[in-house]
Write a protein that binds this ligand. Sequence first.
Ligand code: HEC
Length: 422
Amino acid sequence: MKLVLFASLAGIAAAQTQPEQVTFTKDVAPILQEKCQTCHRPDTFAPMSLLTYEEARPWAKAIKAKVIAREMPPWYIDKNVGVRHFKNDVSLTDSELATIVKWVDAGAPKGNPADMPPPRKFEDAKTWHMGEPDVIVQLPKDIIVPAQGADRWIDVVVDSGLNEDRYIQGIEVVPIKGFRSVHHVTTAMKHEDDADDGDNVQGVFLNEYALGKNADMFPEGAGRMIKAGTKINFNLHLHSTGTETPINVALGLKLYPKGYTPHYNEITEKIGDPKDLDIPPNADNVRFEGYQTLAKPARLLSFQPHLHNRGKASCMEAIYPGGHKVETLSCVSRYQFAWHLVYLYDEDEQPLLPAGTILHLISWYDNSPGNKFNPDPDNLITYGQRTIDEMGGAWVSYYYLSDEEFKQQTEARKKKTLTKTE
Ligand code: HEC
C-alpha cells in the first residue's frame, strides 16, 4: 500500500517537471505549413506531400536527417558568418529545428486531432504578387518536358519589346503553364552594347524564380535600368514528373513612370569569376579566387554564388582600402547547384563599403567520387558554360553612394548598432 502511494506521487512529480510532449498536430504541423508545404504538397516537383500526419509520418526519419543537416528547406548560406539576417530567409529557426527533432525522437506522435491548424491555403501559381505588370515577356512557344528523363537546363532568348530606356521598379517571374515541371528559372538582360567577352553568355542577371517566390520590388527611389532593345534570357531548369508536360513562364516588369530617374541605380554584377579554373581529376577542396575593386563607395544588397555540379562552397570577403582590414561578408558553405538562391541582405546589415574596397571571392570545388552530383570524377575540369564544365564567381547586387551618403549611412548604422547592443 505504502509503495503504491510512493509510486503515484513520483508519477505526479514527473508529470509536473517534464515538458509537455511535442505532437504533430500542435507543434509540428504549423512549422510544416509555413516552411515546407510551399513545395511539399500534391502536384509540385517535390518528391512527397507533407500536408497531413498520415503523409508526414513515414518520412519522420528522413525529415530529421534533412533538417539537422540543414539541407531542407533549401537555404545554404552560413548564418553564423558575416551578414546574419536576410529579407528572404526561409530556413528553420533553431527552436523550430529542435521541435521537429524532439518530435521524431519521441516516436513521431500524432497528438490531439483538435489541435490541428486549419489547412494552409495556396494561391494559384500564376498570381502576380506585385499586381498587373507593365511589361510581360513570355516564351514564344511552350516547351514540352518529357514524362521521363534527367533534369534539363535550357536557355531561351526573347525580345522584351521595349523601344525606350526605362527604369524597373519590380520584377516577377511566374510559371504560366506546367509549374510542376519548372524547378527554377533565372532571367537576365542581354543587350547588343554588352561587352562580349564570353562571360555574359546569359546576360546580366535580373532575378530568379523558384516555387513560393514573390516579386522583387526595389525600395522607392531605387531601380534598375532596362535599355531599349533589351532581350530577356530565360534559363530554365526543367524536371520530368512522369507525365509529359508543356510548360511556359512569363517575366513581368513594373516600370517607373516615363522620364523618371531613380536616385539609386541598382547594379548586379558577376564578381570574381575565375577563368583559369583547372580542377584536377579526383580532387577535393580545390580552391580558386577572384577579385573586384569598387570604384566608389557602395551599399551591398545581395549575394548569389554561381558554381556548377562540382561547386562546394563560396565565400565573399571585403579587403578594405590599404589592406589592413579584411572582413568576411558571406559564405555559402554547402553550395547546391540544384538551387539558385539569392540571399537578400537585411536592410540593417547591408555592407557599407568605402571606395577602393576589394571584393574577394573564394570558391571551392569537389571533383572527387565523394561528390554525389559529380558526373565524372576522372575528368580534368576547366571553365565553361556547360553544366559539365565549371564556373565560379557570384552575382552581387549593389548601388553606388556619393561620399556624403556613405558618411551619413555609416554614421546612422553606427548609432543603430549602438542602441541595439545597449
Ligand atoms: C523550395 C521547395 C522546398 C521546400 C520549401 C522544402 N523542400 Fe524538401 N524537398 C524539395 C525537393 C525538390 C526535394 C527533392 C530534391 C532535393 O533533395 O533537393 C526535397 C526533398 C526533401 C526530403 C528528402 C526526400 C527523399 O526522397 O529522401 C525531405 C525529407 C524533405 N525534403 C523535407 C523537407 C522539410 C521537412 C521541409 C521544411 C522544413 C522541406 N523539405 C522544405 C523541395 C522543398
